[in-house]
Every structure is written in C-alpha cells, then in structure tokens.
Ligand binder design. Structure first.
Ligand SMILES: [Zn+2]
Length: 389
C-alpha cells in the first residue's frame, strides 16, 4: 500500500454546457466548476494546461503558419502534379500524413489536413515536438519537465494507442504501485462530438462510459493508495455548426496571388492572413467585412486573451467566426463536420470544466491554464514526501 496518488484526467471537449445537466462523476468527483478556455484549438488549450502559461508565452497556438523560408514541406511540392481526385482523398492524406511525420521527425500530433500541395511549401508546422513529453513545449517547461526534475514516477497517455489501452496501462501502473502521479488524456468524446453534435443521445452514453472507467480507476487506486486525489477536466467545449460559409469563394476572385500578394490559413473557425504587398490588406478587409458571420479580432482583444504575437508569426490579421459558423471548405477540411470548437472563449459552448474529488480547489482556479497549479502543487507534495521518507 502506497501513501498518495494524484490523478489528472483530461476528457477532451467535455464542455460545461454538455455536462451541466448530466450527473457525470457525481460520486467520485462531486465538486465541479466551470472554467474559461483559451482562445484557439486543442493545439493551444492542451499545452496551456500542461504548462500553466498562455499562448503568447509558450507559442503553441495554431498548427500551420506562413513561413516559406523555414518550411519543412518544400519536398512535397511535386505532389501538386497529382490529380486532386487522388490528393484530396482522405485515405491518401492519412497515408501521406504518417509518411511525412516520420520523414520530418515530428514528435507531436501531426495532420496535413486539407492544405493544398500547391501551397504547402509556404507553410511551417508549429508542433514539431509533443507537449505530452518533457521538453515538448515550443517555449518554456511543462509539467513533465517538473516531474522529471523532481524524479516523481508518473504515467502519461501515449496518444498513438487506443483509449482502452490508455485505461489498461493506467490500471496496470496503479496495481503495481509504480506511480505517484498520472496524466491521462482521452480524446474520444471530442471525436464523437465533431461527428454527431452536442445534442446527440450518443453523448450522455459516452459520458456514462467515461464515468464507469474513472470509477474503476478510483476503486483500483483506493486499494493501493491510502489517499487518492482526482481531478477530471476538459480543454474546451463544443458547438454545433449550422451555418457554413465559403470564405475562399469571395477571396479568390480578388485575383490576389497566394505567396506573392498574401498568404492565408483557413482554419475551421478562423482565417489568418499575412499581407505581402501594400494595398492588399484593405481589399481583403473589405471582403471580410461583408461576412456578418464573423469579425476581425482587434489587437486589444487578442492581447486580452493572451493570443497576440508581436512578430505576427500566426497571422497579421485574425478573422473569427461566430459560434456555430464553420468555414467550409477550409484548410482543415473539404466537407462540413457537425460540430466544432475554437470559437471566442466567452461564447456559451466554449467553456471547459473541472471535476474534483476533494473540495479544496482554490477560488483563483478560473481558467484552464490554472489546472497546472493543481498539478504543480501535487508534484511538490510528492517531492516533499520523497525527501521525508
Ligand atoms: Zn476537436
């Protein structure tokens, strides 16, 4: 029997609106709280949780950025000669994504998504390392650096494995009493929500399923540890997408040349522009102002949400859609999906959650990067216990 186990379980996209009327974890983690998320996608929310810092500090924000000088994709340009009937097929892209990831030695999450091969040499990818590993942040340390430094034995999810395997491995580490700390990351709910939407009867079923898994983890843990502290949380919520807009269909007719006049990444809820010649910005802004479904994020607001970058690495102009509006087609996908996140942090469906086994979470824990403080506190507790024994 060991003394103390700290369990941190992230259920991706388990938003406040999705669980507020559901008895999710009422038994094992009855203390629940609504948290404000971070502006951006999981590509920034997860690193913010893991480091306790904000996008303008850790610089893990959106995946693709205009940076032809440092593009690792220049060797892929020949693919533009293949017919789009081949290159736009999901199966081909999936195969190529795996191939490119190995070739370029990317250690984090990687997907070529729907970036056209004609332009891929203009872009860089910003998650070359895995934030789920020590030294995995673009800038600064994360919780795994601290765990390594303090020599605390820990479990962390291997995202290349299926969810059942994550559960099996965590239970194994608890039964063998190998670990003091665990960070489990489950992405299944996020994938399901994208497909079926937040009002599908599948969602409460999936929540019940996680409830059973987490209860099983807690029951096992209590057999092997005198004290178990559990926190379950999410990185963001999920909004149904009922409005689709084709931004490209209005930008393309301007006759501006990508890579010469301007550059753009069409994310699913954001369009990020770089202007390469004078006068171009004004023309693009005029088009954007014709779309009531979105707005330009002003510098002051981006600074407020800690997503303003002085070097404009992620775009000189960020245009964001209203909650429920999806940019289709985008560089993230050719076809619509039922639901999406990455809207404004104060849009109703954006809010994240925190469920705790003990009523001891400080009142200052209001935003997802603050979850790091709970993890840091746990690591320091284990480090102090180690030196005592
Ligand atoms: Zn997602």
């Amino acid at each position: 029997m060991k003394d103390h186990l700290s369990l941190f379980i992230m259920v991706d996209a388990c938003g406040w609106e999705i669980v507020k009327d559901h008895p999710f974890l009422k038994k094992v983690a009855p203390h629940r709280r609504k948290l404000e998320s971070v502006f951006g996608y999981s590509s920034t929310c997860v690193p913010s949780i893991l480091s306790g810092r904000w996008p303008d500090e850790h610089r893990n924000w959106c995946y693709f950025v205009y940076n032809p000088a440092e593009s690792p994709f220049r060797t892929l340009r020949w693919l533009r000669w293949l017919p789009t009937a081949v290159t736009s097929r999901r199966i081909f892209r999936r195969w190529l994504t795996k191939f490119v990831k190995v070739q370029l030695k990317f250690r984090g999450y990687f997907d070529l998504y729907n970036i056209p091969f004609k332009y891929i040499h203009l872009f860089d990818f910003t998650e070359k390392k895995s934030p789920l590993k020590p030294k995995g942040m673009n800038r600064g340390p994360n919780i795994f650096d601290l765990l390594e430094e303090k020599k605390i034995p820990y479990f962390v999810t291997d995202p290349s494995q299926p969810e059942e395997e994550h559960l099996r491995r965590l239970l194994g580490d608890i039964e063998s009493e190998r670990i003091d700390f665990a960070f489990q990351y489950w992405a299944g709910l996020d994938g399901l929500l994208h497909m079926v939407g937040n009002d599908s009867p599948e969602i409460p079923k999936k929540l019940d399923h996680y409830d059973r898994w987490i209860t099983q983890v807690m029951e096992t843990a209590k057999k092997h540890y005198r004290e178990v502290r559990l926190h379950v949380f999410s990185d963001h919520g999920m909004a149904n997408c009922d409005v689709h807009i084709d931004l490209r269909a209005k930008i393309d007719p301007l006759g501006l040349e990508m890579g010469k006049d301007y550059a753009v990444v069409y994310d699913s809820t954001m369009a990020r522009f770089w202007f390469l010649k004078p006068g171009v910005k004004e023309r693009i802004v005029e088009v954007l102002n014709g779309f009531p479904e979105g707005r330009i994020m002003q510098e002051e607001e981006l600074r407020h949400y800690r997503a303003f970058f002085d070097d404009h690495a992620f775009g000189e102009l960020i245009w964001l859609t209203q909650e429920g509006t999806l940019i289709v087609p985008s560089h993230m996908g050719e076809r619509p999906i039922r639901a999406m996140h990455g809207y404004h942090p104060t849009d109703p469906q954006s809010y994240a959650t925190l469920f705790s086994s003990h009523d001891e979470v400080p009142a200052e824990v209001t935003h997802i990067p603050h979850i790091y403080q709970l993890m840091e506190r746990a690591v320091n507790y284990h480090a102090a216990a180690q030196t005592k024994s």
